[in-house]
Write a protein that binds this ligand. Sequence first.
Ligand code: 13P
Length: 340
Amino acid sequence: MDSKTLSSVAKAIVAPGKGVLAADESTPTIRKRFDSIQVESTEENRQRYREILFTAQDIERSIGGVILFDETLRQSAKDGTPFPTLLSKRGIVPGIKVDKGAKALALYAGEKITEGLDGLRERLLEYKELGAQFAKWRAVIGIDERDIPSPFGIRANAHALARYAALCQELDIVPIVEPEVLMDGGHDIERCEVVTSQVLEAVFAELDAHHVLFEGMLLKPNMVIAGMQCSRQAGVEEVAEATMRCMTRYVPAAVPGIVFLSGGQSAEKATAHLNAMNATGPYPWEVSFSYGRALQAPVLAAWKGEENNAFAAQHALTKRCRLNGLARDGAYAQEMEREE
Ligand code: 13P
């Protein structure tokens, strides 16, 4: 393990003003996104869509890394440049989603465990040759008002995350460790804070036990937020305060950056939350983003699968990247949404 490489790549991804574009939708997930705009999910359409994203103007100003899916890591732009090379040339670090998805956790009704550890060392070696410098593994933690997640469900997912992170660092690949407590459900923000705290405590205990170098990883957590069906939705300031209290208590200062997922929040809400968190800093780690839907929803809506809309789609991405870049400094304001 080369700790210097790991920590310099991790820091580059969350350099000031920068965050991550999560464009690593698996084949079933991108099909869902394309269905929403009535576009058929063919390999050609997926290539075209990803090329629109990766060639959008100025995104390198606020995007330090892009997470790719296996198929995309192997694809090229129209001019023949492999996507990882195209991104590297723009100063954006290419990364790869390496988990194989969350499956039912046997004998624990309603809970999930992420698969993909078997053969992971060999897959990581190949991904590294293809240009990936960081990786992502997502654990999915369901939440209800009382029984879910169980202590065992938390432990099992934390263990898998740590096994994955150690395998990455062995090959000098920066692991993004993503324990996602879902936003689905009727639970309140207080319950989300309790569960997120338990999850982070377990994750860092396992990472430590597996000898994972905190300086050479990034954490991708959920924000502390009420469930989508909860009747009391917390305001932006309250989410920022609860999230930063939870992170300050449970994330070691040696971790270079926290890159939040958007998890189903609207694009504007996700930016507002990031902004509010940065407005109360400084914190020991960079407070940044690794958004999928919150960066791409406006792009898909503008594109609709039409070549003629490619420029408008890119414009939508450039705008979201710029606004999230500003939110990294607490310099975003809602009025900016009206600017072109
Ligand atoms: P969202 O921001 O849409 O939650 O996606 C981020 C991600 O990569 C989930 O694994």
